[in-house]
Design a protein around this ligand. Sequence first.
Ligand code: CP
Length: 326
Amino acid sequence: MSFRYIFNKMKNYITISDIKNLQQTISEALRLKKENTAAGLGRGKTLGMLFFNPSLRTRLSTEKAAKLLGMEVMMMNVDKDGWTLEFEDGAVMNSNKAEHIKDAAAVLSQYCDIIAVRAFPGLENRDKDEEDLVINSFKKYATVPVVNLESATGHPLQALTDALTITELQNVKRPKVVLTWAPHPRALPQSVPNSFVEVMQRMEVDLVITNPPGYDLNPAVRKNTEVTHNQDEALKNADFVYVKNWSSYESYGTILSEDKSWTFSEQKLKLTNNAKIMHCLPVRRNVVIDDAVLDSSNSVVIQQAKNRTFAAQAVLKMLLEEKRDF
Ligand code: CP
């Protein structure tokens, strides 16, 4: 058995904390991007992907990653095509919920070697969303590894991609990375910024979060990360700017501001150290980020989207290796 497997074992990929050695995982993803050295690892194995919500990048990049490893892929839009699931233990199931997660996850484990799930938060009840009931129930009742394709509180595949993209592009040892809130007409989850902050806290970067008052992220996620409500100040000398909207955590799930002065514009870009501009996509053009920035050479959003495949490939590879007998 090689040391690589000892130090980077992974049973599930639910949060960034499931990655034991981040640098090693990033290096693995970069190696796979250069050369697919694991093409046969997944032969005879099946990835099952369950979507309770829409997706473009996560769905297709994870399918591509699995196929690059030689896996078969099965996909289901559970919200449209599946039985309505009951998640409460001990529920008396005499309402509209036809199948208990206990049975569904056990059955799916007979068909799949890895189960991947996307389930967004309701954004109405903070305590309930923080339980992350859907992904954690799959983790509890499946007998195979579970991968988070974006849950109520996190999007760890996106965050690993973002760490990979910054590693590829950084030209200073310790870049300044700014996560900035931007306006959006709909209330969005905190999943992407949560996981981005969690992964950046483990990188050799100077991380600053900037958002309007009332939009501070969960203190358990922010920890000691600097937060300022002055966007222009935060952007000074930034090497990377991650632009993202999220709804309020304090006034949970609400839109407190649509202040257009927070839209990421050419003028904002000029405040930075010619920063690379990041966004997970999909992006509302000229609301979140202006065309002039998205269509400029500073934008790396397409490179980020491309890297989704290699981050997913590294994660699936580690899960397949975990199950392999050495
Ligand atoms: N960034 C991201 O997760 O994109 P999708 O919602 O299209 O999967």
